[in-house]
Design a protein around this ligand. Structure first.
Ligand SMILES: [Zn+2]
Length: 481
């Protein structure tokens, strides 16, 4: 029997606010000088302390809801999710249950075979992050600096049928959060975490079988590996005639296995009830529209525009729009350059990214001005310099800055376009290497690259390659016996 997975994703992202969700402590817990220094009676859950809703967090949450095509609930409420764990000082987490701030959205994703599908977004709700535990040998330490930091939970419907689609969904949500500036997407710091709900069923069936939930997946790699592992584990259980147990699993990154953490709670285990210390949030149409007006052009729309305006292929456009700063950089270069947008894409996707990857830099670290890169690319386009000289200049610009024309002059990189001069070099190479000429003309065609290599060596890569190639073909032809 063939099985297919049924996957739903929950994405937890901290919101980039100045203060915590219900108190005025700093949300930038990473900058706290020492454990438990960034706390107050509210976020440590002292009796009588009263929470106050963070206005900025509600704005950012609504922005995310709108970006994910959700409707905003003008009346939404906070609820207590009761459970006891040492990282939860109040014994309950303030969350949203019956009426989240946003629900019923969707996101278009790719299933790994160029098919698009709509993954429905069930809900987007606001809650608070927990404290951090550090487990020592015989005891554990609790640091409340993170407790109460605003957290957004984005819950999809179980519409995902392949691991590739799950990865694409998660990648797109992360890109949207970064576009909106609500989350840095820095998964190494744990500001964005995934949870996957997974079950499998025979292909063609529409039943929903028992699912398991894999918690705290802290990288795309962990999401992919854990999902693959869990799908195979469940299929094996069914094939051996067993039953899958509903439970919460952890992912062991080192051993690459899922491990049982506890039997899965149902919603009623949390005894949700309306938070008595917080009034419902009442949002006006005008407020929602003002948030909507802040929506930037999102990755999907930008991709479509890059394809139609710049003649890029979908994958070229998707690469450039994967980061808002990269897309902006590309557009700035296009605006300053006379070269085709396609050429500019090639430079950015090629040499430019190679340099960043090799140096461990991100697009946000780039100080090279778009107009400077535009100047350099134009010099290659108008054949002032050759492509390999262009690469040399780009490396120099990244390392020491400067002006492309000046660097070309200093390094003597001007392209040789004088046909007579190139002819002279080609003729000399052919005359100096009669053995290779005979071998080539006897059928050893791979030698052509060797001849071109001699041209590049003699001219230090400055000869116009098209001219050199043409003359070389002609010269070899003339020497055929
Ligand atoms: Zn506090």
């Amino acid at each position: 029997m063939k099985y297919e997975p049924v996957i739903g994703l929950e994405i937890h992202g901290e919101l980039l606010t100045n203060s915590k969700m219900f108190c005025s402590c700093s949300a930038d817990y990473g900058s706290a000088p020492e454990p438990n220094s960034n706390i107050c009676p509210v976020c440590t859950g002292l009796p009588g302390a009263m929470p106050v809703v963070n206005k900025k967090a509600t704005e950012l949450a609504a922005l995310v809801g709108l970006a994910l095509n959700c409707s905003i609930n003008k009346h939404n409420t906070f609820a207590r999710k009761n459970y006891y764990y040492p990282d939860l000082p109040k014994g309950y987490q303030i969350s949203q249950y019956e009426l989240p701030i946003a629900e019923k959205g969707f996101l278009e994703v790719n299933d790994g075979s160029e098919n698009q599908l709509n993954v429905r977004v069930r809900r987007v709700h606001i809650e608070e992050d927990t404290a951090k535990l550090a487990h020592e040998k015989n005891y554990a330490l609790v640091d409340f600096n993170r407790a109460g930091v605003p957290l957004l939970e984005i819950v999809s419907e179980p519409d995902i049928r392949t691991v590739e689609a799950a990865l694409d969904y998660a990648t797109k949500v992360r890109a949207i959060l970064r576009y909106l500036g609500v989350n840095s997407g820095d998964m190494e710091k744990g500001v964005l975490r995934f949870e996957a709900n997974i079950s499998v069923r025979p292909v063609g069936s529409d039943e929903f079988r028992t699912r398991t939930e894999i918690k705290n997946l802290n990288s795309f790699r962990a999401l992919v590996r854990a999902s693959q592992y869990e799908i195979e584990r469940q299929i094996k259980i069914y094939e051996e005639g067993g039953t899958v147990v509903q439970e919460t699993l952890g992912w062991d990154d080192a051993r690459e296995v899922t491990t049982s953490q506890r039997s899965k709670e149902e919603a009623h285990d949390y005894r949700y009830f309306p938070e008595p210390d917080l009034p419902p949030l009442q949002l006006s149409d005008a407020w929602i529209e003002s948030i909507r007006s802040q929506l930037p052009e999102l990755p999907e729309a930008k991709t479509a525009r890059f394809i139609s305006d710049f003649g890029l292929t979908p994958s070229e456009a998707r690469f450039l729009t994967s980061e808002r700063t990269l897309a902006d950089y590309f557009e700035n270069v296009v605006a300053k350059s006379k070269s085709p947008a396609k050429t500019i894409h090639s430079w950015i996707a090629g040499e430019f990214m190679r340099y960043l990857n090799d140096s461990g830099l991100s697009i946000d670290d780039v100080t090279l001005a778009p107009e400077t890169l535009a100047k350099l690319i134009d010099m290659v386009t108008d054949k002032t310099i050759g492509a390999s000289a262009g690469k040399t200049v780009l490396t120099e610009l990244f390392k020491n800055g400067g002006d492309p024309a000046q660097i070309v002059k200093e390094k003597n990189l001007l392209q040789m376009t004088d046909v007579n001069a190139i002819q002279e070099i080609v003729t000399k190479i052919l005359n100096d290497n009669p053995k290779e000429v005979d071998e080539y003309n006897a059928g050893k065609e791979t030698l052509f690259q060797w001849f071109m290599g001699q041209v590049a060596r003699t001219t230090k890569g400055k000869a116009d390659p098209n001219v050199a190639k043409e003359l070389m073909v002609k010269g070899l032809e003339e020497r055929k016996k």
